[in-house]
Design a protein. Structure first.
Length: 291
């Protein structure tokens, strides 16, 4: 169970926000283009309930036109290999989780787990970042959500069946190392934030899944992206800004060719001045929001 929680959140922390623009009742998507190339940027949600209907005619057209599909990582990686990597980077057998946390964070974490019917013992050998990601997706998984029902997994399965090229910006190990290489103080801050959020009312009363489905990007971007950039700059730099810059470089090279490609990554990577749409626009490409 812990493995499923971690895998569902490893690509990005609560990947539910997007860059502001024209609002439509659908998850946000942009088209980046020049004379002979087009890339669609779709902000996905990694964990969803199976009954959520997020696909639209616009998304299906983008998928049908795409010659290549890009994801953060391969969500269909070998489960045995994934578990070994999670054990390597997310588990600490030498020091318990509670040894690393201040009393306030232990209290918040215990309260958050108790409210979900889970115990502190179940996570006490996880590193703080791994416990934070587990906790961040626990409400969604308990409500019936899963990685398998998430947008990334659904599109990957479709592409594999259709034998379309599937590419990844990062390996799963690279993603885990992004968290594992954080200073312990930053890991603890991350867990403290997630635990405190779990025992408090939702920020500004926002239902994140519904806001994502509606493309309510102004509100979510301000709450999630700007909050991380302002309050947790090291986390923002490591998990968003540096990765977005690296991915934009890859897409810049792809735009030098010709054809159509579809990028499906956590919607948090679409947000703000360091998001993929803004970075591609800054490189001189035409950008328009298509839903």
């Amino acid at each position: 169970m812990v493995l499923a929680w971690i895998r569902g959140a490893a690509a990005a922390v609560v990947a539910l926000a997007a860059l502001s623009g024209a609002a439509h009742a659908a998850p946000a998507m942009w088209e980046v283009s020049d004379g002979d190339s087009r890339i669609y940027l779709f902000g996905s949600m990694h964990v969803l309930s199976p009954d959520v209907r997020w696909r639209t005619p616009a998304f299906d057209r983008a998928y049908a036109r795409a010659d290549k599909l890009w994801f953060e990582t391969r969500v269909d990686a070998d489960p045995v290999a994934v578990k070994a990597l999670v054990d390597r980077y997310g588990v600490d057998l030498d020091r318990s989780l509670t040894e690393k946390l201040p009393p306030r964070t232990v209290a918040s974490l215990r309260a958050a787990l108790d409210s979900r019917g889970a115990s502190l013992d179940r996570v006490d050998r996880l590193r703080p970042w791994a416990a934070a990601m587990m906790l961040s997706v626990l409400p969604m998984t308990q409500a019936g959500g899963s990685v398998e029902a998430g947008a990334d997994a659904a599109v990957t399965r479709q592409a594999v069946r259709a034998e379309k090229p599937v590419l990844a910006f990062e390996s799963f190990e690279q993603q885990l190392r992004l968290f594992a290489d954080l200073p312990e103080t930053v890991e603890v801050q991350y867990l403290d934030d997630v635990a405190a959020e779990q025992v408090a009312p939702p920020r500004r009363g926002v239902d994140l899944q519904q806001a994502w489905l509606k493309g309510d990007v102004d509100r979510l971007g301000a709450i999630l992206v700007e909050g991380m950039r302002r309050d947790r700059p090291e986390l923002y730099e490591a998990l968003l800004k540096r990765r977005n810059l690296a991915w934009a470089e890859v897409l810049d090279r792809e735009m030098a060719g010709a054809g159509v490609e579809l990028v499906t990554v956590g919607a948090l990577h679409m947000a703000g001045p360091d998001g993929l749409p803004a970075l591609m626009k800054a490189r001189g490409y035409r950008l328009r929001r298509v839903q």
